[in-house]
Design a binder for this molecule. Structure first.
Ligand code: AMP
Length: 403
């Protein structure tokens, strides 16, 4: 790598999509942001937005057969802007990988052995890791000489103590099948806890934080001194909070009941709990904007869904308060956490006894910046910190190749 190589291409490969960002780690500039979706369909779509200089967003719809074609199309768009994959300024490609299992606790330089390890983890994330692997293979074929780094959604949570990470099931069975709580959204929880410390003007090592990542998927984490000590997602992203379409915590016996009494098959139940539950299952909508509109209009199903969502959130805030013993800040992030003031207000309402209060005026401010929404005198800060998972992936990638 040459010393002028400061750019990182971040790739987030899904089964039929690739999201990408090109970042310059000298100053954190975003040079391009884009997305290829509906890969393999007749009308795939590529949207490419070069940053700065008033450059226009470019969009095209055509058949993009596979991930290789998709990445070549992305490379073409970047080359058009003079920031192609062959540029000496490109230091590395950082890949989002959903499941790092027990093996990976930090960003990892990819070689054949690492790729084989990630493949071994496919049974733990059958929907996500195969697409991530395809992205890695394709990018390696395109630039075999360039360092490629895997950044895992689970890694930040690998510091969880066994008390928090283990399920209370037979140890032999758990170990044989690598069943434990891994947690997800780790890049977001890591980024947001660091930015929250900056906002509070204190070193992360001194702070105890509860981070609430509330997007379409949602997770909470308890972070002590910059290290995760508990998180709400488990073996899979199904555990924990009520989400857009996922149930979050339920009695596992509901599954047996659905099998024995409702006659449902495993795949059907999987789909029910992951795709047809949560806010969607409760009221037919998973977009919090629509739910808040319906709540305002007095809609009973949306009001109940909102109530269940908030109740679960409060339970996790209380649980993590107890896990941490002392809390310096509760931090909201992701689509709902950053934008839905009524969710923040309702989640914190009634928690004055824990030192948690939201200032209505500050909470109503719309901004893309990290900010406090608690009054100055509050014992515990309540903050909103926009997440940036791509920046965190680029940071982890660059730190490894710039060493
Ligand atoms: P994410 O998964 O972080 O992209 O979050 C997506 C979700 O954020 C959407 O499904 C919406 O429910 C929610 N969201 C986005 N913007 C708003 C908004 N202005 N008000 C309420 N919810 C929002």
């Amino acid at each position: 790598m040459t010393s002028q190589a400061t750019r990182v291409l971040v790739l987030n490969s899904g089964s039929s999509s690739v999201k990408y960002q090109l970042l310059d780690m000298r100053d954190g500039t975003r040079l391009a942001v884009g997305l290829v979706e509906r890969i393999g369909e007749r009308a795939s779509r590529l949207v490419h937005t070069p940053s700065g200089g008033g450059a226009e967003k470019r969009e095209r719809t055509e058949r993009i057969a596979d991930h290789e074609q998709a990445l070549k199309a992305v490379a073409g768009e970047l080359a058009r802007d003079g920031i192609g994959l062959d540029s000496p300024e490109l230091a590395a490609i950082g890949h989002r990988v959903v499941h790092g299992g027990p093996e990976f606790s930090a960003p990892t330089l990819i070689d054949d052995a690492v790729l084989a390890e990630i493949e071994r983890l496919v049974p733990l994330a059958p929907l996500h890791n195969p697409a991530n692997i395809t992205g890695i293979r394709t990018a390696r074929a395109l630039r075999p000489d360039l360092p490629q780094v895997a950044v895992f959604d689970t890694a930040f949570h690998s510091t969880m103590p066994e008390d928090a990470a283990r399920y209370a099931i037979d140890t032999g069975t758990a170990d044989a099948h690598r069943i434990r709580r891994y947690g997800f959204h780790g890049t977001s929880h890591a980024y947001v806890s660091r930015r929250a410390a900056e906002l509070l003007g204190r070193p992360p090592e001194e702070l105890n934080l509860i981070v609430l990542h509330l997007g379409n998927g949602a997770s909470a984490s308890a972070v002590a001194g910059g290290r995760c000590v508990d998180t709400s997602m488990g073996l899979t992203p199904l555990e924990g909070l009520v989400m857009g379409t996922r149930s979050g915590d339920i009695d596992p016996a509901v599954v047996f009941h659905l099998e024995r009494v409702a006659g449902m098959g495993t795949d059907e139940i999987d789909e029910l709990l992951n795709k047809k539950s949560g806010l969607m299952g409760l009221c037919g909508d998973n977009d919090m904007r629509e739910i808040l509109r319906r709540v305002d209009g007095g809609d009973a199903a949306a009001t109940l869904a909102f109530g269940i969502y908030i109740h679960r959130l409060k339970k996790y805030i209380g649980a993590y308060y107890a896990v941490l013993g002392r809390v310096d800040a509760v931090v909201f992030t992701a689509g709902v956490g950053e934008n839905a003031a009524p969710v923040r207000a309702a989640a914190i309402a009634g928690l004055g006894g824990l030192g948690l209060v939201v200032d209505a005026e500050l909470n109503a401010v719309r901004s893309g910046e990290p900010r406090l929404v608690s009054p100055g005198h509050a014992r515990v800060a309540v903050a909103v910190v926009p997440t940036d998972e791509e920046m965190e992936i680029a940071r982890g990638t660059f730190a490894l190749v710039d060493a």
